[in-house]
Design a protein around this ligand. Sequence first.
Ligand code: GSH
Length: 271
Amino acid sequence: MTKIPYMVRLTNKNDRDSVYGTFGLYEWLIDCWLLYVKWLVRMTKIPYMNDHSGKFSSKGKTPWMEYNGKPIADSQFCIEYLKKEKEVDVNTLLNKDEISVAKAFQRLTEENLYWTMCIESFGGDVSAVSSIIPYTGLKLWLTVKFLQRVIKQETWGQGMGRHTPDEVWEIAVHDMTAISNFLGEKKFFMGDEPCEVDCVLFGMLVMIIYNMPGSKHQKFVTEELGNLVSYCERMKNKYWPDWNEKLLHSPTYKDDSDQIYWHKTENSAQS
Ligand SMILES: N[C@@H](CCC(=O)N[C@@H](CS)C(=O)NCC(=O)O)C(=O)O
């Protein structure tokens, strides 16, 4: 079963708030921004369902969500909307300076490091990324060609694609090292308790660790930046205890399109 995860849809079903969406991990592509939205959903214990229809947002991007029929595009706007709607503050333990630092790291990750990852995966040898896409033959070839073309245009426009491969790698090393140095020995990025930036970092780092096999990024993180690997494990254990059983290649994987996930315990992903 192969489905491309792209949409988070929230709606009010049977007089209950429900979130409909897909969780990239359950598929072949870990969508870092979708993990960000889903984390808030799990952290705040909003019931949700996965939707595997694979639609893009009105802005032509993923993820996006629909809440009581209102479509909201872009993970950041989804998060802001949910925070307001549910009256949750996931940064309560941070002061203004810390919130600013966290935001700067969020942007470094989403707007800079991300593009180096795109170039590493699709800019040259595509055999590694092809190995995680569960298609074969023409379908695989067309998917990879399509993604290569989109990413080439986007990275040129963004600017990262105008650098040489060595320059791109230098930028990536600086970004990943900055994240690792700031995390240091802390349990979570801003201290003992997780906050919003943790989900952004987690989403991006698990893409590196699990979705970029054999890449320079993966090698660097796993071999040189061990604190990032244990950090991801901590986040995974806390919020995604069902991670392994929901993997596409896991024997326990099943289509969960009709399932409503309810979180019964504090900060737990149990459904
Ligand atoms: N700022 C957006 C970024 C989302 C994004 O770039 N998503 C990628 C998938 S990981 C996408 O939709 N790419 C399709 C495209 O750019 O055409 C967000 O936070 O939701």
